[in-house]
Design a protein around this ligand. Structure first.
Ligand code: FRU
Length: 494
């Protein structure tokens, strides 16, 4: 049965979404129909297609009572919009249907596990918030919330763990069981990822702690995901309140990859290393699925809470997802590259090789804001101080990627992209060029820039709200000369 709240959200979309100009959206990245989106949810396989839900507040470009928006795809590039899937229409989720996961059941139905939020005023007047885990089951379009909701509450938590920070279940099947990891704030005020198990995906029991933060990598750990990859086990999480550490971890809302081994029978995760998941500014709450051909594909919110007030004036939509990325482990590091399906949308190609760059130069045919471009840089004989790639550029605006070979540091800086907010606009991180050669792949889609360094060894994601007319790209060498190869494709969905 469709509740009044869900009906209202669906009608709101029907009425206003058609009036949003296509040019206000990216070409091939997921956005909400209208209004605000944050985390990707329920990224999963269902009946031969890939479904993606998202945290959604259709009524404004600000966060509000969370609904679940819904899209699906066959190739991760071309998406079909579906009606709003969940609305906060029950007592236990009246203040929001927060993040969660989804999977296909044996009987052909699709099951969603999400966090239901409700607030209650206590006798002393204070408002308390409760986060519980809930289930909804449906046919890929319409979902019924389970009458036994919530299926996990504060009663299932160790004493002292917070019911206010108990959220974001990611569900999967393993060893004949349904399992879910859920983020939680522990007694020491930091985070932990808890494991729960079930035989039928409706009745759940606690099964231990996968990993805990111990005040080391941020505090509360949000949006966990847990999966095997190339012989290792990977735990992804997005911590709040990180402290900066070298150039690997920045302060604030981060995104981590914890890698180790998993003894499924003993339910024991041995963490071996931790790395940043993305070295840019706008990346949070990543979630993965295993594609029908076995690839592990990740998608994330192409934003960060700290910056989410930096909105372009007048737009009716805010927030978009990253390009889905293929994950692998290489030399003990998580690597990520755009899904290979993107190649099928390569349009006009321009290539230049062995271009000697001394000052600043443009190259014939190399400009644009919707493109997939690979730039390889190497020294032209002697040393050089820096190489700079300027994009989304006109007389007034520029976003640049600068590489300093002495330190192997890459800097991406959008301070002059046209932004009017005084928050962080630059990131620096260490890269590992091979034989003095740095390879940068850049995917741009109107207001986004996703950078993949050295065949995906590092990814760095940025939103640049520069007017689209600023589409110049230039190559620049400082204190010496470089040789540059460029291969650029326009991207075309028609
Ligand atoms: C992460 C998050 C989740 C929560 C959701 C609410 O971005 O805070 O922990 O479920 O957003 O919209």
């Amino acid at each position: 049965m469709t509740s009044e709240k869900l009906q209202q959200a669906r009608e709101f979309e029907d009425k206003y979404v058609p009036h949003i100009p296509a040019g206000d959206r990216p070409l091939f990245h997921v956005t909400g129909g209208i209004g605000w989106i944050n985390d990707p949810n329920g990224f999963s396989c269902y009946k031969g297609e890939y479904h993606l839900f998202y945290q959604y507040h259709p009524y404004s470009t600000k966060w509000g009572p969370m609904h679940w928006g819904h899209v699906k795809t066959r190739d991760f590039i071309r998406w079909e919009r579906l009606p709003v899937a969940l609305a906060p229409d029950q007592e236990y989720d009246q203040n929001g249907c927060f993040s969660g996961g989804a999977l296909e059941l044996d009987d052909g139905r699709q099951l969603i596990m999400y966090t239901g939020v409700h607030r209650q005023r206590r006798e002393d007047g204070l408002v308390e918030e409760y986060q519980t885990q809930c289930i909804a089951v449906g046919d890929g379009v319409d979902y019924e919330k389970y009458e036994g909701n919530p299926v996990l509450t504060g009663k299932d938590l160790p004493a002292g763990n917070s019911v206010l920070d108990f959220r974001d279940p990611k569900i999967w099947r393993e060893d004949g069981l349904f399992r879910a990891v859920v983020g939680n704030r522990t007694e020491d005020d930091s985070g932990a990822i808890l494991l729960f198990e079930s035989d039928d995906a409706l009745h759940w029991r606690p099964a231990g702690v996968v990993d805990r933060c111990r005040n080391e990598f941020g505090l509360m750990w949000e949006c966990p995901d847990f999966f095997p990859l190339d012989g290792k086990q990977v735990l992804l999480t997005s911590p709040q309140d990180m402290l900066a550490l070298g150039l690997e971890f920045h302060a604030g809302y981060g995104a981590l990859c914890l890698m180790g081994s998993w003894d499924s029978a003993a339910r024991k995760f041995d963490r071996e290393k931790v790395q940043s998941l993305d070295y840019g500014i706008d990346f949070y709450a990543a979630q993965t699925l295993q594609a029908y051909d076995g690839r592990r594909i990740m998608i994330a919110w192409m934003q960060n809470w700290t910056n989410s007030n930096c909105q372009p004036r007048g737009s009716r939509i805010f927030g978009e997802m990253t390009l889905p990325r293929e994950l692998a482990i290489r030399d003990g590091r998580l690597v990520q590259n755009p899904v290979r399906e993107l190649d099928a949308y390569h349009g006009h190609r321009v290539a230049h090789s062995d271009v000697l760059v001394t000052g600043e130069t443009n190259l014939p045919g190399v400009s644009g804001r919707i493109l997939d471009m690979t730039v390889t840089v190497r020294p032209a004989g002697g040393m050089y101080h820096a190489f700079r790639l300027n994009v989304a550029q006109d007389g007034e605006h520029v976003t640049y990627i600068r590489y300093k070979p002495v330190m192997n540091i890459l800097r991406v800086d959008r301070s002059r992209c046209g932004v009017r907010y005084d928050v962080v606009h630059a990131r620096e991180f260490q890269v590992r060029p091979r034989n003095g050669e740095l390879k940068l792949r850049l995917v741009m889609d109107r207001h986004s820039l996703e950078l993949f360094a050295n065949d995906g060894e590092q990814a760095a994601t940025f939103i640049v709200y520069t007017p689209e007319s600023a589409d110049s790209i230039s190559f620049q060498a400082e204190g010496g000369a470089v040789l540059v190869d460029v291969e650029k494709y326009d991207l075309d969905l028609t």
